[in-house]
Design a protein around this ligand. Sequence first.
Ligand SMILES: NC(=O)C1=CN([C@@H]2O[C@H](COP(=O)(O)OP(=O)(O)OC[C@H]3O[C@@H](n4cnc5c(N)ncnc54)[C@H](O)[C@@H]3O)[C@@H](O)[C@H]2O)C=CC1
Ligand SMILES: O=C(O)CCC(=O)C(=O)O
Length: 309
Amino acid sequence: MYKVLLADPLEEVGIKILEKECEVTKAFDIDKAGLLKVIEDYDAVLVRVNTPIDKEIIDKAKKLKVIGMPGAGLNHIDVEYAKKKNIKVYNVPGGNMDSVAELTFAHILALSRRIYAASKKVKEEGCWNKYLFMGNELSGKTIGIIGVGKIGLRVAEIARAFKMQVVAYDPYVTQDALPADIRLMTLDELFATADIITIHVPLTKETYHLISYDQIKKMKDGAYIVNMSRGGVLDEEAAYEALKNGKLAGVGCDVLEDEPPPEKPVKHIKLFDLDNFLITPHLGAWTVEAQNRVAEIIAQKMLEGLKNS
Ligand SMILES: NC(=O)C1=CN([C@@H]2O[C@H](COP(=O)(O)OP(=O)(O)OC[C@H]3O[C@@H](n4cnc5c(N)ncnc54)[C@H](O)[C@@H]3O)[C@@H](O)[C@H]2O)C=CC1
Ligand SMILES: O=C(O)CCC(=O)C(=O)O
């Protein structure tokens, strides 16, 4: 029987598939030191985004044949090095795209209708004053999508239903490959055109701090930024400055560069003081539907990978 380590939780449907042919160990709280101690015993390991698999772990993993990620992003896994060591790395492209695109719009709507601040004012002060919370319609606005892969394209589909114009920046796709109503442009053109900018790129050397203060300066006054991709793509210090001085009207993030953030009083994150900064704790893929889907697919892929290795 293959030995599989679940270093992070997986929905039951995936565990059941693996358990048919593997001995499955659950070690959801394992840290790097723990992984280094036990990884040599396993044929396969499943990790989510906050459990990195680096060269050091791979070097210890003498029996490892398969690494599985029940989602899209692989920036926490040294995929090149794993491949050199003949370890297969699997993810589930598109498995959570609907959920992430839907949360993108939850942030966009919450920002443009000031839902967080208005709700807080009612609950904390009993203040029922609509005059404080004038919002904006999405209809007729331009959304700028950075990265038109699986999630970016789904965001574009939803944007259409809101009667928005869609522009996009992605150096790895061509205009012919896109639906006719998505206008591909340079990043500077997108900054000058978009009312709402939404980020859907992988975290790479190229995308690290892709949105810096110098880039924000090129955006329209009062623009919104939403980042559902990875912390590190948006420079959080720059976002703070731009929210404080009013250059940006709102920022919504599902991810942070330092994630999970240290708890108070260890470090206080300035952005958290601002009502027009929205944060969710990496919930993009966190729906029953997406989690069941990715669990089933990743378990099947890992099993196939083990059998073919
Ligand atoms: N918040 C969450 O829970 C989730 C976050 N994600 C993040 O979203 C990212 C995108 O996911 P998918 O759309 O499924 O991936 P995808 O691979 O289908 O699309 C990524 C797109 O980004 C483009 N891209 C790459 N480098 C770029 C650059 N420098 N500038 C502009 N575009 C660039 C690619 O050409 C591709 O079209 C993932 O890599 C992951 O980091 C994904 C799923 C859940
Ligand atoms: O489900 C998770 O743990 C993270 C999802 C994610 O960020 C991804 O699929 O790239």
